[in-house]
Design a protein around this ligand. Structure first.
Ligand code: SF4
Length: 165
């Protein structure tokens, strides 16, 4: 079973997914994950079920009535954020829990609703197969230059290697 972060990285960059999953350059990436955790704690101080752990690996920020809630700093990664939320909804549905998602963006002060469709479920199933295959590979997928790269925790790692070629 993939984690929500892995599904997010799958959408952002498959190389990043591989590097993160193999524990490469974890420290800097970890700092970003911790930043996200602090943001969640500030956002949901009164929710008893602020963070819900399912099957020891699957972590949700908050469950509130009919919604799973996630909070993000900005909507720069909106597509990946949406896909991650769809994955949560998919996993919950498999356990008989039917929810919708709400993603709140603090910078833009907006909230997006996410509803899981059958088509989305098929996309998630395909993504899970892809993630499995990517992680079976002995080396990471090749570097693909993305506009996101300079902000990525693996930037120096990826581009230093490129310079050596
Ligand atoms: S620097 Fe670019 S290619 Fe390398 S892991 Fe990050 S997003 Fe992917």
């Amino acid at each position: 079973m993939a984690s929500g972060v892995q599904i997010h990285y799958y959408k952002v960059c498959k190389r990043k997914l591989w590097l993160f999953s193999k524990g490469i350059g974890m420290e800097e990436e970890h700092e970003r994950v911790i930043e996200g955790k602090i943001l969640h704690e500030r956002a949901y101080p009164r929710l008893d079920e602020r963070e819900i752990l399912i099957d020891d690996t699957f972590k949700l920020d908050a469950l509130e009535d009919e919604y799973v809630r996630e909070i993000k700093i900005s909507s720069k990664m909106a597509e990946a954020d949406r896909f991650q939320m769809l994955y949560y909804l998919y996993e919950l549905k498999k356990r008989g829990i039917h929810k919708k998602g709400l993603i709140s963006y603090t910078k833009e002060r907006k909230t997006e609703e996410v509803v899981l469709t059958e088509e989305d479920e098929q996309k998630i199933e395909k993504a899970l197969k892809d993630v499995y295959q990517i992680l079976q590979c002995p080396s990471p997928p090749p570097l693909k230059k993305l506009s996101y790269c300079p902000k990525c925790a693996y930037y120096e790692f990826c581009y230093a290697l490129e310079g050596d070629e």
